[in-house]
Structures are given as structure tokens and as C-alpha cells.
Design a protein around this ligand. Structure first.
Ligand code: ADP
Ligand code: MG
Length: 407
């Protein structure tokens, strides 16, 4: 433990562990397989970073978002820590250079997205120079019972098993007992220890306001915005985001915007002293702003875990923050519609599959590189890319598709 305490000071300049960190860090350090459920802001990253730094060898961290891994790696590099990421934004020669550094033992923490497991060069690295540990961050993405399922996560267990990876550590802020069981199962580590350090967020005050009409909701938000502070307004749909943007003259963020507009919105949210942003749930994971003072739900979210995750983004600095949900019963119909879209019927799954096969034959390729909206355009039966995302998940589940899709 002394070594770990010294490392805490030396690498991170902290004197003490936050609640729950020491137990987890010790277990990770010992080499246990462990699934850790700790609230947002509790300091999960340090729980795998510190052991990785004091142990010999290196650790691979699976992280769901490119922006997220960049932030983390930049922060580590600023502390002089040997961390890198490999992802599709880098040139091939850059990727090769990093693989080479890893092979030479020059990297302690290597961040990658889950789909990297499909890359032969990366698999060779893991086989020839196995990491001490594989860390799965945002591990709830592995489970279809979670609220943010990523098909690519489900292949991790198989890959880790084939490659003979010694230790797997999974981290998440949200995992119901069912999701926890699924994480162990999907990672092929049934004996994995589960550590839950608690869900309490004493600095968040949660409340619900009855608002049946749109105007009532906007009026309420106007009141809440009087005292300007960093605020996210979560909306269930892109249309609702636009409604809030127009109604309140605030900026917005959703998956239908161009990469540039989304990056701009993200920068605005990170760097403005008091940003107010209307967003779908596409915004948030990995947003490293600790002083978000207010989270408003314009529509109630589709799952309780999603609510926990979204309000959890407020007050990561421990200061008092408010979360207000504007409740309208009619919003349930939006969710029912989205659920239908995400659970497509047989005919649509089959027609998608046929289209994909035809495209394969036409191009002579055995895999695809296209976005869901490009695909949506080529499949007349689908109701846009929302529905296709459901179709793709079904195809993934049934092992129709093994590679090549980017979302
Ligand atoms: P999580 O992933 O659990 O949401 P992070 O790993 O992003 O949380 O950490 C949240 C914040 O807590 C970060 O700003 C981090 O620097 C800080 N932190 C982590 N460990 C400690 C510690 N032992 N002492 C002080 N601050 C810490
Ligand atoms: Mg985290």
C-alpha cells in the first residue's frame, strides 16, 4: 500500500484517497478480476491508472468515445505519465508508432475503443506483448440491459479469453444487479469480484415539476436560468432540443448536427463560464466539467439508469447542484415510439440483411464502412437511422454482422 500512496503523491499530487478508492486500488493492484460500481465523480479513473503506473508492464483501457480518451490521455500526459491512445483519427503511421512504443514497454496506459479489438495489428500487440490488465471503462455499455448498449463491447470477453489476458477490471457508475451479472458473463469472468461503493450523491438536490404543456416547461426553464450557471437541459429527441433552442435562445447538441457543430457546442460547454446547452443523451458521457450546477430534464428519460447517469453529471466537484425534471405524462408516448424503433420487426431486419448482402456482392467487399444514415438512405423500408440502429443491434446480436460498421 505504501507504494500506492507514494504513487498517488508522485504521479497525481494527491495526499489521500477518496472514499472507496483505496480498497478498489488494492484489489486492482493485486491482480484480481473486479467489477467496480462507483458513482460519477468518485474517481474511478485513478483506481486503474495508479496501479497501472506502479506495476511493471502496461494496461489497456477500453473507452467508448474518442473525445473521452483524448481528454484522459492529455490529462495524463500533462502529468508526465506515459499514456497514449490509438484510434481512427490518427494516421496509420502514427498508429504504428504507438504500437511500436507499446511493444518496447514505453507506454504504461494505452487507451483504445472497443472496435480496436478487430484490428489485427492491435491483436498482435496484445498477443505478443500481453498487458498486465484490461480495463473496461463505462462497462455498462456491455449489457443490453444497460441504457447505453454498444455491440462492440460484447466481443471483449471472447477476445480477452482467446488472447489469454490475465486480469480484467470493469468500471461503471450505473449497474443494476442484472447489468452487473451481465458484465461478468459477457467478459467471461464468472468469478469476478463485484465492488459497489454506493450510489449516494449527497450534493445533488433532485426535484420534479409538473408541466403538461410546452410553454409551461419553457417558462419554468426561463426561471431556472435567471441565475445563470453551467446547465444541461436534457431532451428526449432532436426535435425537442430544437424546440428548447428556439424557445429560449440557447445552444444545442444532438446526433443530427455536423461534427463541426457538435465540436463547437462541446467547446462552448467546456469553456464558457456559464453555458446553457439543450442536448439529447448523445451529450455527456466523458464531458469533463466538474462544476455543472444544474441538470434540467425537459422530458423524462427512457430509463431510471439513464436518469441517474444524466443527473450524475451535475456537481462532480462536490458542490451543491440542482436537478429538476419537468414531468409531462405525454412524454411517455415519445419513449414508446423510440422503443418501437429500437425493436424492429422481422421483415425490416431481413430486408436490411438482404440489402447488406447485395451491397457486399456489388462491391466485392466482405465488410462495410458506412454510417447508419447512409445505410438508411439505401433501405427504403426503414424509418430513418433511429430504426436502423435497432436493426443493426439485432443483426449484431444474431451474429449476422461481425465487422465493419461504424455508428
Ligand atoms: P469518475 O470516472 O468516477 O466519474 P473521475 O475519475 O473522472 O471520476 O474523477 C473525478 C475527479 O476526482 C477528477 O477531477 C479527479 O482528478 C479527482 N480525483 C480522483 N482521485 C482523487 C483523489 N484521491 N484526491 C483528489 N481528487 C481526486
Ligand atoms: Mg469515468
Amino acid at each position: 500500500m505504501n507504494e500506492l500512496r507514494e504513487g498517488l503523491k508522485k504521479f497525481f499530487s494527491f495526499d489521500t484517497f477518496l472514499e472507496g478508492q483505496d480498497q478498489v486500488i488494492e484489489q486492482v493492484y493485486k491482480g484480481d478480476d473486479i467489477c467496480v460500481v462507483m458513482p460519477t465523480g468518485a474517481g474511478k479513473s485513478l483506481c486503474y491508472q495508479l496501479p497501472a503506473l506502479v506495476r511493471p508492464g502496461y494496461t489497456v483501457v477500453i473507452s467508448p468515445l474518442i473525445a473521452l480518451m483524448k481528454d484522459q490521455v492529455d490529462a495524463l500526459k500533462n502529468k508526465g505519465i506515459a499514456a497514449e491512445y490509438i484510434n481512427s483519427t490518427q494516421s496509420q503511421s502514427m498508429q504504428n508508432a504507438i504500437l511500436m512504443q507499446a511493444q518496447q514497454g514505453m507506454i504504461k496506459l494505452l487507451y483504445v475503443a472497443p472496435e480496436r479489438m478487430r484490428s489485427q495489428a492491435f491483436r498482435d500487440l496484445l498477443k505478443d506483448y500481453p498487458p498486465e490488465s484490461l480495463v473496461v471503462d463505462e462497462a455498462h455499455c456491455i449489457s443490453q440491459w444497460g441504457h447505453d448498449f454498444r455491440p462492440d463491447y460484447t466481443r471483449l470477453g471472447e477476445s480477452a479469453e482467446k488472447l489469454g489476458i490475465k486480469q480484467i477490471c470493469a468500471f461503471t457508475a450505473t449497474a443494476t444487479p442484472r447489468v452487473r451479472e451481465d458484465i461478468k458473463k459477457q467478459l467471461h469472468r464468472p468469478a469476478m469480484d463485484v465492488v459497489v461503493t454506493g450510489f449516494a450523491r449527497p450534493n445533488l438536490s433532485l426535484s420534479i415539476e409538473d408541466c403538461s404543456k410546452k410553454d409551461q416547461k419553457l417558462e419554468k426553464i426561463r426561471e431556472l436560468m435567471e441565475d445563470r450557471k453551467p446547465t444541461i437541459i436534457y431532451c428526449a429527441t432532436r426535435k425537442a432540443v430544437e424546440e428548447v433552442m428556439d424557445g429560449l435562445s440557447v445552444r444545442g447538441y444532438h446526433g443530427g448536427m455536423s461534427d463541426k457543430d457538435r465540436n463547437d457546442a462541446q467547446d462552448y460547454f467546456l469553456y464558457d463560464p456559464n453555458p446553457v446547452l439543450a442536448a439529447t443523451n448523445a451529450f455527456g458521457m466523458g464531458i469533463d466539467r466538474a462544476d455543472i450546477r444544474q441538470v434540467i430534464h425537459y422530458n423524462f428519460p427512457g430509463a431510471l439508469e439513464a436518469y441517474y447517469q444524466e443527473v450524475g453529471r451535475a456537481g462532480r466537484d462536490g458542490e451543491q447542484s440542482t436537478c429538476v425534471l419537468l414531468f409531462s405524462f405525454a412524454d411517455r408516448y415519445t419513449h414508446e415510439f423510440l422503443i418501437d424503433l429500437n425493436n424492429p420487426d422481422e421483415a425490416i431486419i431481413k430486408s436490411t440483411w438482404d440489402t447488406l448482402r447485395k451491397m457486399c456482392r456489388d462491391t466485392g467487399e466482405n465488410h462495410f464502412e458506412m454510417t447508419l444514415s447512409e445505410l438508411a438512405e439505401s433501405i427504403p423500408k426503414a424509418k430513418g437511422d433511429q430504426q436502423l440502429s435497432g436493426v443493426m443491434k439485432e443483426l449484431e446480436k444474431s451474429n449476422y454482422i461481425r465487422r465493419g460498421f461504424r455508428q
